[in-house]
Design a protein around this ligand. Sequence first.
Ligand code: SF4
Ligand code: SF4
Length: 121
Amino acid sequence: MTVTNKCDLCHRSICCRYITQHIDTPRSKLDFELLLWQISHQNIEIYKDKDGWFLLFHTSCHHLLDDGRCGIYHQRPQICRDYSNDYCEYDAPADEGFERYFRNYDELLAYCQQRFKRWRK
Ligand code: SF4
Ligand code: SF4
């Protein structure tokens, strides 16, 4: 397998099935209350890595074809063109690089209760 044919072999096309949004580093209870609301919604997770905190939306791109190819390959957005497959989700799950990873409301709530001594019960 080479970087040239790697994407052809990756039928799950994992990199086309989510988006991320960088967010300000949460510090206050109010910040975490907002994150608790956001993570209460379907397909939303939150993580922190070396680049900071992010919302993670598990949602497939409308242009992803059934065979795993891009339906607008020649017009695809710049971020898709810039994405390198040198070492991607085909090689290892993205969460290997996460310093914190909250997959649901309960996980984030437990973190809030540990971080803030006076967090509401
Ligand atoms: S960049 Fe990686 S995850 Fe995305 S389609 Fe290519 S091999 Fe798969
Ligand atoms: S535009 Fe194409 S390459 Fe970009 S996320 Fe959608 S399917 Fe993937």
